[in-house]
Ligand binder design. Sequence first.
Ligand SMILES: *Cc1c(COP(=O)(O)O)cnc(C)c1O
Length: 396
Amino acid sequence: MVDSKRPSKHPATQAVTGGRRKIWTKAVVNPPVWRASTHLYNNVADLREGLNSNEDGNFFYGRRGSPTQWSLAEALTEMEPGAAGTMLYPSGVAAIACAMLAVLKPGDEVLLTDSSYDPSRSYADAFLKRMGVTARYYDPLIGADISNQFTDKTKAILLESPGSLTFEVQDVPAICSAAKTAGVTTLLDNTWATSRFFPALHYGVDISIIAATKYIVGHSDVMMGAVTTHKKYWTKIRRTAQQLGQIVSPDDAYLAARGLRTLEVRLKQHEASALQIAHWLKDRPEVGAVLHPALPDCPGHEIWKRDYSGSSGLFSFALKDGDDRSRADFIDALELFGIGYSWGGFESLALPVDPEKHRTAIKWSMDGNLVRLNIGLEHPDDLIADLAKGFEHYNK
Ligand SMILES: *Cc1c(COP(=O)(O)O)cnc(C)c1O
């Protein structure tokens, strides 16, 4: 394991204090919204001096941010032990795309987990391909055997643990250790756990990516991505993001920072409610496997127990004996669960998922039709009553 240590303060405290230094906040609690394109200099000498430092905190031009964005980036860096810095992006997909672009060049090959978020796949299969980068997919449960997949062209691996539809928990330390030996860069989509439940760099990941749209923002009203990395990759990640003109608005950064302050209490409640509901579903006669990393049905459950300090509010389960139509009847009958993409907000969501349509490395062969649930902050008893109503319709 790398030599980074957990921060001295508890992550719950870190989420409250992170990025709230006086230089960002002045005399108030929350960093104000600094809306600016132009930053003004005192004189020409100052203007020229401004070119010499490309660091957060150095006023330059709006595209390099202002205290609102710098404060949020600093908070996310402080929450990830071993991190040198964080770049913010206008969506999670932008974060994934820019991070991969920073470490790949024409002629390279990248390995992606077969459980990857679908837009990551289409980015690799279309955009990266056009750039002359070959994408190959691997079994998410491959572990240390990933080294058998390496060729001398393999330059990067994208991990996603757990997968956000099918929830296989990957052996991140084993994959990262094999990659390190072979000189391959590792990138992890850590959106589900966040650094709170899985401090990715500590477990050997080079580049940790989250869709802040989900749990950091937490209120389903802002799109944002974040890439956090250690010293070796920091300059590369930062330069690439700046060259591609990536910037988030100060208003969005403000809302994301506001979300971050309550991350701990929200995650704890998402965790408790999701576990209660997952166990309840497991006992239903209509339900086959419950793909929740904290339950034994979930592939990689043992790895989750070993490496993760908690579970969040997103999981899937299989409806037995039905078909696509009865699954739709089940979902349509729910009142508290909205039907829509994304997750990590305070409101519950349900979605039909069909992983067999996306897989290329290994066939998806689990029985039943999957439903993915985002468990929000409604009372779990009400959510269970709603799901029970869904089963009545399913059984009709
Ligand atoms: C939502 C999501 C993303 C992309 O985030 P956006 O902000 O929606 O672009 C990336 N990875 C995972 C696992 C996601 O669920």
